[in-house]
Each structure stands twice: as C-alpha cells, then as structure tokens.
Ligand binder design. Structure first.
Ligand code: SAH
Ligand code: SF4
Length: 367
C-alpha cells in the first residue's frame, strides 16, 4: 500500500492492518468505519473519540476520497439529480440520484418527506472500452478504471445529500463495465453491504454487465446476494455484435449458458435490459426471437426506450412499437417491465451529462 492512503479504498481487514501497523489497537479501525460510513465524515478533526496522535497520523498519511461536484442537472420534477463528479486526477464521472414516489406521493417538486426509494447509480470506469454505439459513454472513449474507493465515494456523496434520510438502493449502471475489474467493483460492494460499514442490504444492490462472462461466474460464487442485470439489447449475434461489441468475445450462446448456470446456482432471477431502438431491434419478429431465446429462464426483461444521444444515428422506438414488443414478451410468459425514463429532459442516460459538459452545453449548471 502506497501513501497517502484513500481510506475508502481499504477493505475492513486492510484498514485494521494499517491502524495496527501504526501501533494502534485494532478496534480503532471499527471506530473509523463508523465515522466514514455511518457518520459520513470526511474530516479527521471531527473524529473526536480517536486519540489526538492517531488523528494527526491520519491527517499526514491518509485521506477520505471525497469527490468534487462540478455540475449537476435536476429533472423538472426534482426526482432525478445527475452529478458530474471530479476525481483527484481531474477526470470526471457521472453519478445519479433517483427518487421514486411511493403510491401516496404527489407531483410536487422535491416532496417532503422524501419518497420511499432513494437510489444511487454509480460509475465504475472513466469512459468505457466496450464502445456500444448507442451509448454516450461508449462514444466518448475510455480513460481508466475507478478504484473501489472512488466507487464508494459516489454513494457517500449522495448519502450526504439526502440526509437525514438514507439511501435505499444502489445500481451499478453508470459509466463503465463493472466486471472488467471484478475484484475492485466487488470490494466496493462489500464495503457498502458490510453491517459495520455502510450497512446496505445486498438485495438492494444491482450490478449491470454488458456480458463479461468471467464476472458472472465469479459473482455466482460470492456469498453476497447482489442482483445481476445483463445488457442484452439484441436477440441474435449479428445484431448484438454491432450494438454491444463485447458480444464478439462472448457470443449469446456462451452468455446465456453462463446466466443459466448463475440462476441454477443462486436461485436468483436475473434482469435482461433491452434498450428499444427505432427500426433496429424493436420489430415483432425480434420480440418473438427474444422470447424464444429466454424461454424457461429464471429472468425478467426490462425494456428501456432508447435515450437518443447526440452523436449516434440510433433513435427511440415509437410508443406503439414499444407496446407491441412488450405485449409479445408478456404473451410468451416472459416477465416484462417498461422503464419510464424520468431524466430524459435533462440529458439523462449513461454518459450524457459528461459529454454535454464537454461541449459546454447549456443543460449543465455549474456549481
Ligand atoms: N456498462 C454496463 C453498465 C452501465 S449502462 C452495461 O452496459 O450493462 C446501464 C444500462 O443503460 C445498460 O443496459 C446500457 O446498455 C443502457 N444504456 C446505455 N446507453 C443508453 C441509452 N442511450 N439509452 C438507453 N439505455 C442506455
Ligand atoms: Fe460501456 Fe455499458 Fe455504455 Fe456499453 S452500454 S459502452 S458497456 S457503459
């Protein structure tokens, strides 16, 4: 471990080892965990139950990796907030907070009390090397992986913003492919689930992958019961090779075999995401092919009308096609939901705030 240490990057054991290497008793690590993940502190001075000498040591040799918000867009109904956050090396990533109204909720701006679900969508990479042509992140290219501390810091950013309420869900569906560095992503999720740390239930977390099979196989062996989503977007290899280029490495047959092994092992239902694009993957025949492909699987399909991005030729499927696609899947007994995109008006969707910020777009308000 090189200094200075971002404490958010350290596993519980690593933090304990660090504290003990400084000659402190191991229980100081548990006190630190409480300050970092429950009190959401960033300043060692506030950690008043730690000895002065340890606080001085921490100030000198460690830091709490907080991210700087450089822009934010808020949807008209106030329920979706998308933050552009700056990392230590000046690169930026997107993190989104989504508030869902419960059944009794109204349409007022920023309702009080806050609605039942408060979900944060985190990024795992700066850009993404997979390069799906309909995705703003994929179009922008790839810079680097995030550290587990940088993944956790995104959650803490919005955990601070919603106080005194608490976050209820985390989805790993921002920029980047989370399973390209499985161990890094998983360590972040372990920190979030640890009852002595952020204490979020594993079942309240969903990870989305473009189909990185080794990650699916690793996740299957992990004890944490985190949900898995797969970005499918096409019912055949010829089309999926174009839409999700990772398919050339892990074709549908192999991918679905891995997913079947996963559901057999875990008994957990997987979600297939399918972004409906006008005239590309929204035909009734494609819906039937998809139903055929997924028949008998312990799964659920999440249809997402595409959020068209500036630089891509792909358009959003019409409401009629979306409804038809949905009804074909339902008729074939495939559990299906339609995601209603809340943040479209503020350029929501993977990577779009970052790309509009780069172009100096008026949508992004600087803070
Ligand atoms: N890289 C991972 C996770 C992040 S993307 C993955 O691809 O699974 C989360 C979801 O949003 C994925 O299903 C992705 O394909 C989808 N997505 C990306 N760009 C989109 C757009 N412009 N409109 C609708 N969905 C999009
Ligand atoms: Fe990467 Fe996911 Fe975007 Fe594809 S959809 S480019 S995998 S972030």
């Amino acid at each position: 471990m090189t200094e200075p240490h971002d404490l958010l990057t350290l596993s519980k054991i690593e933090l304990r080892e660090l504290v003990m290497a400084w000659g402190e008793p191991g229980y100081r690590a548990a006190q630190l965990d409480r300050w970092l993940y429950q009190e959401l502190a960033t300043d060692f001075g506030a950690m008043t139950d730690l000895p002065r000498a340890l606080r001085a040591q921490l100030r000198e040799r460690a830091y709490v990796g907080a991210l700087t918000q450089v822009a934010e867009t808020v949807s008209a109904d106030g329920l979706t907030r998308k933050a552009l956050l700056q990392l230590n090396d000046q690169h930026t990533i997107e993190t989104v907070l989504m508030l869902y109204l419960d059944a009794a909720g109204g349409e007022a701006a920023l309702p009080t009390p806050l609605p039942e679900r408060r979900t944060v969508c985190v990024s795992t990479q700066v850009g993404c090397p997979i390069g799906c042509p309909f995705c703003a992140t994929g179009q922008a290219g790839y810079v680097r992986n995030l550290t587990s501390g940088e993944i956790v810091a995104q959650v803490l950013h919005f955990a601070r913003a919603v106080r005194p309420a608490a976050l209820t869900n985390v989805v790993v569906m921002g920029m980047g492919e989370p399973f390209m560095k499985f161990a890094v992503t998983w360590q972040a999720l372990e920190t979030l689930c640890d009852p002595a740390r952020f204490a979020l239930g594993a079942r309240r977390i969903t990870v989305s992958t473009a189909g990185e099979i080794p990650g699916i196989e690793q996740m299957m062996r992990e004890p944490l019961q985190i949900n898995l989503a797969i970005s499918l977007h096409a019912p055949d290899d010829a089309l999926r090779d174009q839409l999700v280029p990772l398919n050339r490495k892990y074709p549908l047959r192999d991918l679905l075999r891995a997913v079947k092994a996963y559901t057999a092992e875990t008994r957990r239902r997987v979600t297939f995401e399918y972004a409906l694009m006008d005239g590309v993957n929204d035909a009734p025949d494609q819906a039937r092919a998809l139903a055929q492909l997924l028949r008998g699987m312990l799964c659920h399909v999440n249809l997402i009308p595409l959020n068209p991005t500036r630089a891509s030729p792909y358009g959003r499927a019409s409401p009629e096609r979306v409804a038809q696609f949905e009804s074909i899947l339902r008729a074939a007994n495939i559990p299906t939901t339609l995601r209603v995109e809340k943040g479209i008006a503020i350029a929501a969707g993977c990577g779009q705030l970052r790309s509009s910020q780069r172009m100096g777009n008026e949508l992004s308000r600087s803070h």
